[in-house]
Design a protein around this ligand. Structure first.
Ligand SMILES: [Zn+2]
Length: 126
């Protein structure tokens, strides 16, 4: 991949990192606020609603944290010069795929093999 394209992906990833870092902070702040507010006597319906939305906030936070980690790693691969190579088979990931998913570590073929072997647990939890 030429340097210009690489720099383009780097700026896309940096922008995503900035946005998701903000999301993580906001989610954490919202979750903490709910914990802090959760000190009064409440009836059971309120309590369970509170628990559910708290749980959701934590999960969203986890998901955002994972995204931030993925973006971090993609930026690291740009620095190392391995960005755009499939981490499994070493082939170049098509640029069209990287444009759709700048944090992609695998080409479509390896990605589907990996997902097939892992099942879809990650996606079905939310
Ligand atoms: Zn591959």
């Amino acid at each position: 991949m030429d340097k210009e394209k690489l720099e383009n992906f780097r700026s896309i990833l940096r922008e995503q990192l900035r946005q998701h870092s903000t999301n993580v902070r906001e989610n954490q702040a919202a979750a903490l606020e709910m914990v802090a507010a959760d000190d009064g006597v409440k009836d059971s319906v309120d309590m369970s609603l509170q628990d559910v939305s708290q749980e959701l906030q934590f999960r969203l936070g986890e998901r955002e944290s994972q995204l931030v980690a993925d973006i971090d790693q993609a930026l690291l691969r740009i620095d190392e010069g391995s960005y755009g190579e499939c981490a499994r088979c070493g082939k170049l990931i098509p640029e069209r795929r990287l444009e759709a998913l700048p944090t992609a570590r695998y080409d479509a073929e390896c990605q589907s093999l990996i997902e097939a072997s892992q099942g879809l647990d990650d996606i079905s939890t939310l």
